[in-house]
Design a protein around this ligand. Structure first.
Ligand SMILES: *[C@@H]1O[C@H](CO)[C@@H](O)[C@H](O)[C@H]1NC(C)=O
Ligand SMILES: *[C@@H]1O[C@H](CO)[C@@H](O)[C@H](O)[C@H]1NC(C)=O
Ligand SMILES: *[C@@H]1O[C@H](CO)[C@@H](O)[C@H](O)[C@H]1NC(C)=O
Ligand SMILES: *[C@@H]1O[C@H](CO)[C@@H](O)[C@H](O)[C@H]1NC(C)=O
Ligand SMILES: *[C@@H]1O[C@H](CO)[C@@H](O)[C@H](O)[C@H]1NC(C)=O
Ligand SMILES: *[C@@H]1O[C@H](CO)[C@@H](O)[C@H](O)[C@H]1NC(C)=O
Ligand SMILES: *[C@@H]1O[C@H](CO)[C@@H](O)[C@H](O)[C@H]1NC(C)=O
Length: 343
């Protein structure tokens, strides 16, 4: 607090006192920081002025506050004052971020701007507000007690990539205060080295994704420290531990592989039978054709007819061959015992 107070009181030492609005305005700093503990009647800004020269403008120094929804509310916290040969900006009333949150429709005051006016000259000053009684984030869905670090566990499979489901619930942190600042998530640390090759964390929602397949030689258990950071001036943080175990393929997946093997075996048997049937059929056709060719010359009719007959015979044979295959296939498909036909 002592340190903050030192920061708060900005004394603008002048080489030469400002003697007009323009030089006065230029002497104001671009930003200041106020904390909740800054007491009432603290001077936030001080500018030495030559009382004689300044008298023409100093009492006309004015200011307003942005954002507009807070301008009236915050205006009575500040006062522009001219005492002797000094101009001051006084904090008349301490700022309480939680009080403003309640009074001003859940407005989270982290910073605002004061615009100073002196005749036609303006200067915008940023004011950061430090919420000192800020409680920092709290992790939800964990079995944490008051004195232990929050913990999550998850298990995944080697080949899986995507969001991992954590237990006892999803990774989630919320501001421990009424102000409800937004939270961002990040990995603070993790083991083994290189864990970030396998996992990423969504900064906004805290979801952890496994991004890569874990192969046999890779580590199968990981530990990560997740940090939740409050999006406020102080940026308070809290950590939680996530442990992830990676397992071999799910049993269902391996039975699928087995099933595929069975299907493969059936297909192999069927194609084997088809090849045999085709060979037999082909041999039959060839045999039949040779027989017909031998027979044909003995028929006294024209060679055209015999050719036709011969073609008809081939078609007929093909039909028989096709049927044989179809029957064989149907037989297998209808549950014809595979094991019996297994060579
Ligand atoms: C003041 O705040 C505005 C917006 O919040 C920012 O763009 C600007 O850089 C700040 N100026 C200083 C001097 O911090
Ligand atoms: C003013 O802003 C600068 C940069 O944004 C920062 O480093 C500095 O601490 C600020 N000063 C005060 C008094 O807030
Ligand atoms: C602040 O100063 C005013 C006069 O300038 C005085 O009336 C008031 O009591 C002071 N407040 C505190 C808290 O010191
Ligand atoms: C104050 O300003 C007046 C008028 O500009 C000038 O005569 C006088 O010397 C100044 N005094 C100091 C101490 O700078
Ligand atoms: C945690 O602390 C609060 C008060 O600080 C107390 O009421 C509560 O019983 C504590 N819980 C555990 C689990 O210790
Ligand atoms: C994380 O995984 C989910 C699916 O599980 C996906 O929709 C999302 O895009 C992934 N996020 C990143 C950053 O890869
Ligand atoms: C918090 O995040 C939400 C979106 O996630 C955004 O609309 C809102 O402006 C953020 N609040 C602050 C104070 O940054």
């Amino acid at each position: 607090m002592r340190l903050l107070l030192a920061v708060v009181s900005i004394l603008t030492h002048s080489i030469a006192d400002p003697d007009d609005c323009s030089s006065f305005i230029n002497r104001l700093p671009p930003n200041i920081t106020i904390s909740e503990s800054t007491p009432s009647n603290t001077s936030l800004l001080e500018v030495n002025v030559n009382a004689t020269a300044a008298s023409t403008f100093i009492d006309q120094v004015d200011f307003y506050i942005i954002p507009s929804e807070l301008s009236v509310f915050l205006l009575d916290h500040f006062k522009s004052l001219h005492v002797g040969n000094k101009w001051l900006l006084l904090l008349q009333k301490s700022i309480d971020v939680e009080y403003i949150y309640q009074e001003k429709n859940k407005y989270v005051l982290n910073n605002f701007q004061i615009t100073f006016l002196c005749e036609s000259n303006t200067k915008v000053m940023n004011v950061s507000v430090i919420d000192e009684d800020d409680n920092g984030p709290v992790f939800a869905n964990t079995k944490s007690t008051n004195c232990t670090i929050s913990g999550y566990t998850a298990s995944s499979y080697r080949e899986y990539t995507g969001k991992i489901e954590t237990s006892p619930g999803g990774i989630e942190a919320a501001d421990g205060d009424v102000t409800g600042n937004n939270i961002t998530y990040s990995f603070l640390y993790g083991e083994p080295f290189g864990f970030e090759d396998y996992f990423i964390i969504n900064p906004r929602y805290g979801h952890v994704n496994k991004t890569r397949e874990v192969i046999e030689g890779d580590p199968h258990s990981f530990m990560m420290i997740i940090q939740a950071t409050e999006m406020s001036t102080l940026g308070r943080t809290k950590i939680a531990v996530l442990e992830v175990g990676v397992h071999e393929n799910i049993p269902v997946a391996s039975s699928e592989v087995k099933a595929n093997k069975a299907v493969l075996l059936v297909l192999q048997i069927i194609s084997g039978i088809m090849i045999v049937a085709f060979t037999l059929g082909f041999a039959f056709i060839v045999h039949h054709r040779i027989k017909k060719h031998i027979v044909t010359p003995q028929v006294p009719d024209s060679s055209n007819t015999s050719k036709f007959d011969s073609m008809e015979a081939v078609t007929e044979d093909s039909f028989i061959l096709e049927n044989t295959i179809v029957l064989t296939e149907t037989n297998q498909m209808n549950g014809g015992s595979i094991k019996d036909t297994k060579p």
